[in-house]
Design a protein around this ligand. Structure first.
Ligand code: SIN
Length: 505
């Protein structure tokens, strides 16, 4: 195996968390490893919503933190939510200074929209649904211009290097079919979520929980992996990944109808289309399961303004032969965001020395059981910067012998089986029978292909979903619909290994 001795910080992943961490680690030398070129292959660039921050005169970080805690259904860490909300305005201003072209009022202030479960209009956006792409363009330019950062594309994370004390000392990366050991003073995982473990996802399909799985294999503590957020309105035009129809469309007055033309949401929740995201996702799931289908009708609410106001949604619909100015958009719930992840403190430090995590692969505790809309880019920016600064100051790792662990990769055939099983059994509606069946599928795949990181991430999700015999936030159990006393999940891979028989509580 080739070896590179890198004395600085290695960052894996080039979404907003990874790029922010890389910038914040200056003046330490940063090696940034990414599969796709910058601004491609990451969920951040696909974000249609925006970034929440208490910037308006009638808003405060306390109110933003309170909304974050309320959305998280009893499991948000309040001190972390407060930190996120307090640092939000500065994070938005810093991105604007880098060139992110946030919409402005006539007076030059940030224009802010109201989104579901926010008590104030506090989401900064870019031209309707362009926030993620525009923010990532600005940050990518800054990263490419930064002299302390070297970007390597075409790299896949294949393993972590650990020394005899368990300290993480770098990574094993695959590039052009060859493996390279890269040592580092500090390693930051910013590898995104687990959308690619589901048959229907709004995230890049390559995101199969590799960072989460590798951290778990190395012994890191994982929190709340059972909490997956399903977006109610992915556009159902047979594309993988499924393009998103942003919630802002319902905010503008678009309605949900079934094939009978019935506006069905009133049957499920008094707030109808503006009900919480998980309620809308389950309602759409139920309509589809009952054979009635589900469509987002934005003809009246948006109509001819589509190309200007929602260009990404408009283009996605047209690519599937649907003109949303004239036709309702077929929609389905899709895996959208993983609330759980590698446990970190406020500096992005994981339970393993030398290893940091930021963005969707991390669990800072700010999302609880259900993420508040437009808090994900904010979390990536705030905690990405904190992780970068902490990694810059990491202690010298010493010279103990290293033991690279490179687990197998799940082949495409196995991944297809897993994705179907995850959507069926660990999706919008779950029960003990389905989750037990899913764990059997994971066991069989592991027996055939070894302990691939994707299977580890899937096992953590399924086993903890089985163990959580209640319904809360994004986790709905049809066989346990009530809420139990609030408790977060903190778990290691050893605790959910087959030997422990996934005992439900
Ligand atoms: C959306 O625009 O509907 C998604 C926003 C988010 O996930 O925060």
């Amino acid at each position: 195996m080739k070896r590179i001795r890198h004395d600085g910080v290695v960052v894996v992943g080039a979404g907003l968390a990874g790029l922010t961490a890389a910038l914040a680690a200056a003046p330490a030398r940063v090696l940034l490893l990414t599969g796709a070129p910058l601004n491609q292959g990451c969920s951040s660039a696909w974000a249609q919503g925006g970034m929440a921050a208490a910037l308006a005169a009638d808003d405060t970080p306390e109110l933003h933190a309170a909304d974050t805690v309320a959305a998280g259904a009893g499991l948000v860490a309040p001190d972390m939510a407060r930190l996120l909300a307090e640092e939000g305005p500065a994070a938005v201003r810093a991105l604007a200074e880098l060139g992110a072209p946030f919409d402005r009022t006539a007076g030059g202030d940030f224009a802010q929209s109201l989104e579901a479960a926010h008590s104030k209009a506090r989401v900064v956006r870019v031209k309707g649904d362009q926030a993620g792409r525009a923010i990532m363009e600005a940050v990518s330019v800054a990263v490419l211009a930064a002299r302390h950062i070297e970007v390597r594309t075409g790299c896949r994370l294949r393993g972590l290097l650990q020394d005899s004390d368990g300290r993480v000392r770098g990574v094993v990366a695959e590039q052009d079919g060859a493996l390279t050991e890269i040592t580092a003073r500090a390693t930051i995982l910013a590898t995104g979520g687990i959308g690619g473990l589901y048959a229907v996802t709004t995230t890049p399909a390559e995101l199969t929980g590799d960072g989460l799985g590798l951290a778990a294999l190395a012994g890191a503590v994982i929190a709340d992996p059972e909490f997956v957020q399903f977006h109610p309105t992915a556009i159902d035009i047979g594309r993988d990944p499924a393009p998103l129809a942003t919630e802002a469309l319902r905010g503008e007055g678009a309605v949900l109808v079934n094939t009978d033309g019935e506006r069905f949401m009133a049957r499920y929740h008094p707030d109808a289309e503006l009900a919480p995201r998980d309620v809308v996702a389950r309602a759409i799931h139920a309509e589809r399961e009952a054979g009635r289908g589900a469509f987002l009708d934005a003809r009246e609410a948006v109509g001819s303004h589509f190309p200007d106001e929602f260009p990404a949604v408009f283009a996605a619909c047209l690519s599937g032969g649907v003109d949303p100015r004239k036709q309702p958009i077929p929609v389905a719930p899709a895996c959208h965001y993983h609330m759980g992840g590698i446990v970190t403190d406020a500096q992005g430090r994981t339970s393993l020395e030398g290893l940091y995590a930021a963005g969707e692969c991390a669990s800072t505790g700010v999302h609880g059981a259900n993420r508040l809309a437009s808090n994900s880019l904010l979390e990536a920016a705030v905690f990405g910067a904190r992780a970068g600064a902490a990694a810059r100051d990491a202690k010298d790792p010493g010279t103990r012998p290293l033991a690279p662990v490179v687990p197998p990769v799940l082949p495409t055939s196995g991944l297809q089986i897993l994705r179907k099983a995850m959507s069926r059994d660990a999706g919008v509606v779950r029960d003990a029978e389905g989750l037990t069946r899913l764990l059997g599928v994971i066991d069989a795949l592991e027996a055939g292909h070894g302990q691939a990181p994707a299977l580890v991430a899937a096992r953590l999700t399924a086993a903890c979903a089985l163990a959580r015999t209640e319904s809360r936030g994004g986790h709905f159990r049809s066989d346990a619909t009530e809420q139990a006393a609030p408790r977060r999940t903190f778990v290691t891979l050893a605790e959910v290994s087959p030997a422990l028989k996934y005992a439900a509580e």
